[in-house]
Write a new protein. Structure first.
Length: 108
């Protein structure tokens, strides 16, 4: 076969085809490696975003639990004060009744 005044044998043409295909395959391989690196970096960005979302949800839940616990502590504190007031009032009422019974019995 001749091209531009140069004659090639079938063996030379196959060799040239092999080199061309090898170069193209190497180029494609490099492109694939570059894409794989980009995909890897994008995948890790997605993982980071997912992790950040999960952390935000967890922080929100913890915040709710802390608020609920603070409310429980406040209610428990009010219950203690309320129980103290009820006990004091009950004791005062009983003392008043005893005093009234004692003084009423003495006037009769």
């Amino acid at each position: 076969m001749s091209e531009g005044g140069v004659t090639y044998t079938v063996k030379e043409l196959i060799s040239m085809l092999e080199r061309t295909l090898t170069e193209q395959m190497n180029s494609i391989s490099q492109d694939i490696k570059g894409l794989a690196l980009k995909i890897d970096s994008k995948a890790s960005d997605l993982r980071v975003d997912a992790l950040e979302n999960r952390m935000a949800v967890g922080e929100e839940r913890i915040g709710r639990l802390e608020i609920a616990e603070a409310g429980n502590v406040a209610v428990a504190g009010y219950k203690k004060v309320l129980v103290g007031i009820v006990v004091t009032l009950t004791a005062a009422g009983i003392s008043e009744l005893i005093y009234l019974l004692a003084t009423a019995g003495g006037h009769g």
